[in-house]
Design a protein around this ligand. Structure first.
Ligand code: HEC
Length: 114
């Protein structure tokens, strides 16, 4: 009988906690709000043939900043990168536009290597 009473008490305690939605992170709700200002890094891709295509297709899923953030890459590596976006991540870019984009990337952000 004792066991049953303890069990019932446990159940009601649980039900109470769930129903009253006891907040675990109350401190976060009542704490003061802090704000920080992050430095803004001007991001503008270099001018060059094909930049328009890059701005259209390479900024669909992420910032085009991903491009200048890379170290300089060879033409082949940029081309592989563009095709990785298409094959692995499903970027909707046709082969003709992919070529234009790869050429732009190699010309503006390349090492000069093929
Ligand atoms: C369909 C969505 C999509 C499109 C469109 C897209 N990317 Fe990406 N890209 C991703 C994902 C997902 C990642 C990896 C995850 C992350 O870091 O955000 C990524 C990462 C990158 C990286 C970082 C290095 C790496 O390989 O992870 C570069 C550089 C990059 N993308 C360049 C491009 C270029 C250039 C284009 C245009 C040809 C492009 N992306 C278009 C989805 C996309």
């Amino acid at each position: 009988m004792k066991k049953i009473i303890v069990f019932v008490m446990l159940i009601s305690a649980t039900v109470f906690l769930v129903q009253h939605h006891v907040p675990l992170a109350q401190a976060e709700e009542t704490g003061s709000v802090h704000s920080i200002t992050l430095p803004t890094i001007p991001s503008e891709l270099k001018e060059g043939a094909g930049k328009d295509k890059v701005m259209i297709f390479c900024a669909i899923c992420h910032s085009p900043d991903y491009i200048p953030m890379q170290p300089r890459l060879s033409a082949k590596t940029w081309d592989n990168e563009v095709h990785k976006m298409i094959k692995v991540f499903g970027a909707p870019i046709n082969e003709e536009d992919a070529k234009t984009i790869s050429s732009y990337l190699a010309a503006q952000y390349g090492t000069g290597e093929k």
